[in-house]
Design a protein around this ligand. Structure first.
Ligand SMILES: Cc1ncc(COP(=O)(O)O)c(C=O)c1O
Length: 475
């Protein structure tokens, strides 16, 4: 692998003479040498050129392959991790993969401590490598015994032959980027760019690269990318520790200041939010075919914001940390985006407002368990409803949908005199007038009848036609 010098690589145990030309000794040797690609100016909409380094093309899917492997390699060399020992690490998912790759090849066990906001894909991924995964609550202070920092430390104290990596304060993290990532960028570009930008978390990427660039290409300006809710950019600017607020972006931002930061080498910061970062992450895929994660989207957005402030066009290079594959159930899932109100210009509307706006007569035809099918058909005809709720006089027990009547009546397995109890189903949801329209759309997708209630009492049956009518009335 390129991120660790060949001469000091413990994984190189096959003589090069035996190796097939063009092959690598193992997967760790395939880390690094990721491409740099220019984003199209029509995508960025700025005069400056924005280039992206596709770190998600590393074999484990992120730039963290580099630090995961290097930090463990150093721990082994410095006798901190005994053979066959247990590696413990708090990770947002990516560093864990780099470590797990090394562990798989060298026979170490892994326990990863991860907080519950990280995507399911990341957790499943780590488990697939054979690691144990401990999940901790996100919204607790770092010093809280339940936090993933505290749990990682505790595990390391109690498990024999273990090594707690601690990418936050372990300076081999930033050293990785100083020794490998930044020199690789330098080699690839001859240093012919003006601004380097990367999302910040532990601070390893930005500080390691910044230190190298300040030494070898001092004209390059270093701009960190933080997110709304994190304390890092504010701390860099004012030296003041504030309280973090929750945000959804993963891997970026912190609620404390890890030792890997070297703030003196960072020239500026841009701060971006969840929603706009997610939207541009999706655009990067749909318009540029770049399949990266949310912190990478945040980086590109921050680069566009930064470019707008520049007096003259510059060349900006943004490091894209990880793969979009890790966010299939989130950023790249329309339902998740919609449920969390991340879509732009989205209609914000409660069910009660829809009923009011389309001037619908509040009407619910309800049959009781003593009624017969003939009565249901009468109600369907009178109201135009395709589904009628069945009640025991107090609660809704189920619904009778017209499509469930046609064949049985035609085939005479059901008669008009039969009691409704024989035919109702559970294909319904009861929602409140204050619920957002998304809840109804979700129910429609599952072919459920939506019964809208006020103070727990049914007041309407909302159909897809009603939502379409609202959209039409809004033009
Ligand atoms: C997806 C993602 N983006 C950005 C970062 C921040 O990188 P660094 O920790 O080197 O500051 C991380 C770190 O975990 C990450 O996983």
């Amino acid at each position: 692998m390129r991120c660790r010098g060949r001469e000091d690589g413990p994984t190189m145990n096959i003589k090069s003479s035996m190796m097939m030309k063009g092959s690598k000794a193992n997967i760790l040797e395939a880390i690094g040498e990721t491409p740099i690609v220019r984003l199209s100016p029509s995508f960025t909409g700025v005069e400056s050129d924005i280039y992206v380094k596709l770190e998600y093309l590393n074999p484990g899917g992120s730039t963290k392959d580099r630090i995961g492997v290097y930090m463990i390699d150093q721990a082994v060399k410095n006798s901190k991790l005994p053979p066959g020992g247990t590696i413990i690490e708090g990770t947002s998912g990516n560093t864990g993969v780099g470590i797990a790759m090394y562990a798989a090849l060298h026979g170490y066990k892994c326990i990863f401590v991860i907080n519950d906001k990280q995507s399911k894909e990341k957790i499943d991924n780590l488990k697939a490598y054979g690691a144990k995964v401990v999940i901790c609550p996100t919204d607790v202070a770092p010093e809280d015994p339940r936090s993933y920092y505290s749990v990682s430390k505790k595990l390391a104290q109690t498990i024999p032959h273990s090594y707690y990596v601690n990418q936050y304060d372990n300076l081999w993290n930033r050293e990785t980027h100083y020794k490998f990532t930044a020199p690789e960028i330098h080699r690839q570009t001859d240093g012919e760019f003006d601004i380097f930008m990367a999302a910040v978390g532990t601070g390893g990427t930005i500080s390691g690269c910044a230190t190298y660039f300040k030494e070898h290409c001092p004209h390059i300006k270093i701009v960190g990318v933080d997110c709304v809710g994190s304390i890092v950019a504010h701390y860099w600017k004012t030296g003041e520790m504030t309280e973090a607020h929750s945000y959804v972006l993963e891997g970026i931002g912190e609620d404390f200041i890890p030792k890997n930061y070297d703030f003196e080498k960072i020239d500026d910061f841009e701060v971006v939010g969840d929603k706009e970062s997610f939207l541009i992450t999706r655009r990067l895929l749909s318009e540029q075919a770049i399949y990266c994660g949310g912190s990478a989207g945040a980086g590109v957005l921050a680069a566009i914001h930064h470019a707008r402030k520049l007096k003259s066009p510059k060349k900006i290079l943004v490091l894209l940390h990880d793969s979009g594959d890790r966010y299939r159930s989130k950023i790249f899932n329309d339902d998740w985006m919609s449920e969390n109100n991340y879509f732009e210009g989205k209609l914000q509307c409660s069910l009660g407002e829809i009923i009011q706006k389309i001037g619908k007569e509040k009407l619910v035809a309800i049959v009781e368990t003593s009624h017969n099918i003939s009565h249901v058909l009468d109600l369907m005809e009178k109201t135009g409803l395709g589904a009628i709720p069945v009640s025991d006089g107090k609660d809704i027990l189920g619904v009778i949908k017209s499509e469930r009547l046609t064949s049985p009546l035609f085939e005479q397995t059901l008669n008009l005199e039969d009691n409704v109890s024989t035919i109702y189903s559970q294909d319904f949801v009861q929602l409140d007038v204050s619920d957002p329209v998304e809840k109804a759309l979700e129910a429609f997708k599952k072919q459920k009848v939506v019964i809208v209630c006020s103070n727990g009492r049914p007041i309407d049956i909302l159909s897809e036609k009603d939502v379409l009518k609202l959209m039409r009335s809004l033009g």
